[in-house]
Structures are given as structure tokens and as C-alpha cells.
Design a protein around this ligand. Structure first.
Ligand SMILES: Cc1cc2nc3c(=O)[nH]c(=O)nc-3n(C[C@H](O)[C@H](O)[C@H](O)COP(=O)(O)O)c2cc1C
Length: 163
């Protein structure tokens, strides 16, 4: 799948088939995350890949709108040092991984981390250093649904030359 097709056909998936994602695919997805743009190229991120039902259940249980992580094949947590641009950097890495996963035929959903009261608890479950920020959780699995979200049309959001 080429990059434009992957970007234009990705949708959040919250229901997954009960089959694992090969390790090399998960590794490639994270590889695409680590290559994201990063302010001053600090790359403040670490990626924690969780695949056991026990850990998936614990992480899911700590969230409010991410309970479906428990039924995912994997979850990637993006945790970062507390740098000035940690949120932008971690978000860039997250979006890269959503698109990379889709190109591999793997469905994903971004689950909020930053600003959530459960963020420190998820970091504790994952064993991340105390000062680290949880930017996002990504639920991953082979899609068992094909949801289509309505998007604002290009003509609404595109302003040539001036707002
Ligand atoms: C910062 C951020 C936080 C999100 N948090 C959640 C979440 O906690 N639970 C969830 O089900 N979806 C979450 N989403 C996914 C959005 O609901 C989804 O991207 C949006 O509805 C648009 O659908 P699409 O991804 O299919 O384009 C989040 C997305 C972003 C960017």
C-alpha cells in the first residue's frame, strides 16, 4: 500500500479478530514510530509493546474509553521524557504507527494518554520511569469491523493564501 492510500483509508478500529500479530510486524510498526519528526530531533520517546492478555487487561482496566484494549492483540504505549515538545513528538510517532499498522493490514485505535488522570497508573503498570509521560496507547489487531467516520470536506478546511 502506498503512503497516500494508507493515509486516506485508515480508520479507527475497536473490534479485533482473535489472532496474534507477528512480532516482525509489530517491530516494523514501532520502527515507523521511531522515525517520526521530532523537535530538535530529541526523540524523547520509548515504545512499550504489550501482548499478554494479563497486561492488556490491566492497561485496559486503567483507562476510561479504552476498555477494548483487553480484546486487542497488542497495545503500544508511547511514553516520553518530559521535554518541551514531548506531546507533539509523541503524537507524531503515534500517527506514524497508526498508518504503518494500516499498511500492514492491522487495525488500530489511538487511546488517550496525556491529560488523563489514569496516565500515571498506566505508566506504573508498564514499569516506566516515574517522570515519564504517557502520550498515547495504541490498540492493535486484525480488524473485525470496518467503521467509516465522516470527515469534514476538503473545501471546508482548505484556505488558499489566507484564512
Ligand atoms: C488524542 C486522541 C485521543 C483519542 N482517545 C481515544 C480514546 O480514548 N478512546 C477511543 O475509543 N478513541 C480515541 N481516539 C480516536 C478518535 O475517537 C478517532 O480518531 C476519531 O473518532 C476519528 O475517527 P478515525 O480515527 O476513524 O478517523 C483518540 C484520538 C486522538 C487523536
Amino acid at each position: 500500500m502506498d503512503a497516500i492510500t494508507a493515509l486516506k483509508t485508515r480508520h479507527s478500529v475497536r473490534a479485533f479478530e482473535n489472532r496474534p500479530i507477528p512480532r516482525e510486524i509489530l517491530e516494523d510498526i514501532v520502527d515507523c514510530g521511531r522515525l517520526a519528526a521530532s523537535a530538535i530531533n530529541i526523540q524523547p520517546w520509548e515504545f512499550v509493546v504489550v501482548t499478554t492478555p494479563e497486561m492488556l487487561g490491566q492497561v485496559a482496566g486503567a483507562t476510561d474509553h479504552g476498555k477494548f484494549i483487553a480484546q486487542a492483540a497488542a497495545c503500544i504505549a508511547v511514553v516520553t521524557q518530559s521535554t518541551k515538545y514531548y506531546l507533539e513528538d509523541g503524537s507524531a510517532a503515534t500517527e506514524n504507527m497508526l498508518v504503518a499498522a494500516h499498511a500492514h493490514g492491522v487495525g488500530t485505535c489511538w487511546v488517550a494518554g496525556d491529560k488523563k488522570t489514569y496516565a500515571p497508573e498506566v505508566c506504573r503498570i508498564l514499569g516506566a520511569p516515574e517522570e515519564y509521560r504517557l502520550v498515547s496507547l495504541i490498540a492493535l489487531g486484525y480488524p473485525a469491523e470496518d467503521p467509516q467516520k465522516t470527515k469534514r470536506p476538503l473545501s471546508d478546511v482548505l484556505h488558499w493564501g489566507k484564512y
